[in-house]
Write a protein of this length. Sequence first.
Length: 490
Amino acid sequence: MAKSARARVEVLRSEQIAGGILPKVLNSFDMVAIFVAIVLFISNSAVVTGAGPAAFIYWFLGFITFLIPGAIVTGQLGLMFPGEGSIYVWTHKAFGTFWGFFAGFCAWWPGVLVMVATGDAVVSYIQNMNGSWLTAPWQQGVVILLVLVFSMILSWLRFRVTQNWVNLIFVSYGAAILLVGLAGVLWLATGHPSNTDFHVQHWVLGSSNWTFYGLVILALLGIEVPLNMGVEIRDMRAITRYLFWGSVVVMVAYLLGTFGVMVAVPASVQGSPAAVATAVQQGFGPAGRVLGIIVNLVFIGFFLFNTAVYNYSFSRLLFVSGLDQRLPEVMSRVNRNRVPWVAVLVQTIIAAIFTVVAFMLVPYLVRAGSATDLSTEVYDVLQAAVTIIWCVSMVILFVDVSYIVHKYPEEFQSRQLAPRPVFYICTLIGAIASAVGVWVTLTGPWTTLISSSAWLWLLIIIAVVSLAFGAFMFVLGERGGARSATGYEL
């Protein structure tokens, strides 16, 4: 009893006041839409086809070893401590200030990188409509910058308005994915042979394709992100609902997308992120051209709005860090719509800097090549870097739950989702899956456009620079917090 009482006083400043600053607007459907926007990058269905039919085995391994354990762990932690900031709050509860900030940073930084990758996905789908468009790297960079600015403006609007648009895109996105799966069925039903050989010898897992397990882990990251907005949820039952239904949607969608691409798309272009739209063009015969354009436009719209989802959901981590004076207090400022506009602005500026360097400086200083290749290279490298850094935070998340169920026994018993041994098993399986995901990502390039050694060094450099930046932010926040007043100002 005494231990639980001591645990209760470990309350962050953000836990006390964030609920009075931000409005409660999110329902269960909103949470499912946010979960799908964060986790379900249907373009990964095309990239994972490089593993051949073994891709389906990797999908199921990812579901069993990562997605499902992650959902169980997130549900338990979210019910016990549904504050703004998810893993930032949970790790603080478990291990204190430094580790809370470190886990929060490792969960936040990938969101900034993904914002560039989602903008790059928009470029890929535009190029899929006409190969002569966006042929220069600087043109691609301009499009990504416009996507980032659009996401910033959308994230500054009243949250209910923004979320309504996201929900509409979510429904359209789901319909487009169903068409991708149906395209595979129609391709076979009209007498065409499958573009992938599904004989048993191609289902083998081995060193030639194990890097795709890392890609699958990447495709399933983000389970906890909707709970970055924990105090903005209207009904706590939405936590378990979004984790269940969101996971079901993600699993079905990835399997449908992979099937459609493997069957209907020529093997030579299956690895392109835009191949999911190509599957519809191929599978629907004479109507395929029109439907393919529609699906392509839906995917462009999804990644356009998806960038906004990343922007507003990850901005909450900066927001609570500002409230707790781990970062400069200006990060906690909200606008008249009661959204953290400064945090959104800072994220957008950082993502814009990455874009300028990757698309407007590097291509003209150190290399030459096709615009399409550059788009694919940047997308794959950024996504792989996201996998590594985000997986570090997921290891912490899986460890958190085993420690917290002991540290807060009364809170655990009052909101218990499963027997305690289940969480130990989830910790073990999930942490191992995350570590393996990091290893195979480092050791195996996701594209043949980059050599193994260049791939390894690029990812190591990005990871080291990212962690150094995180340390700098912590030191900066500690100094700023020491000088700040304790009052809060809008």
